[in-house]
Write a protein that binds this ligand. Structure first.
Ligand code: SF4
Length: 99
């Protein structure tokens, strides 16, 4: 392999790695921008407070629970899903609203 070929090969490698890094970072950014809507049906809620123990996004509100933040980020999804899945009367609904 001649000197010029080695330089071409090196440039192609650098460009490929740079593009790969940009693509991976963009994908992570898109994933982290996902948003979710959290709803709690107060009529269905029986006030057991399992959700307030599972996630800080739920707090007591008299004899029921209420949602603190209606729109959450991807990073907050797990605990809100835990609350949703732990609700004995399915009063909580967490749904994706945008990427
Ligand atoms: S877990 Fe369900 S029923 Fe219990 S307080 Fe929360 S929303 Fe209400």
């Amino acid at each position: 392999m001649g000197y010029d070929s080695r330089i071409d090969y090196w440039i192609i490698n650098v460009v490929e790695k740079t593009l790969r890094t940009i693509f991976i970072n963009s994908s992570s950014l898109l994933l982290s921008m996902a948003k979710y809507k959290v709803e709690l049906d107060e009529k269905t809620c029986i006030g057991c407070m399992a959700c307030t123990a599972a996630c800080e996004n739920f707090v007591p509100n008299g004899s029921k629970a209420k949602v603190v933040k209606a729109i959450i980020e991807q990073s907050e999804l797990k605990s809100n899903r835990d609350a949703e899945e732990g609700c004995p009367v399915q009063a909580i609904n967490v749904k994706k609203i945008e990427e």
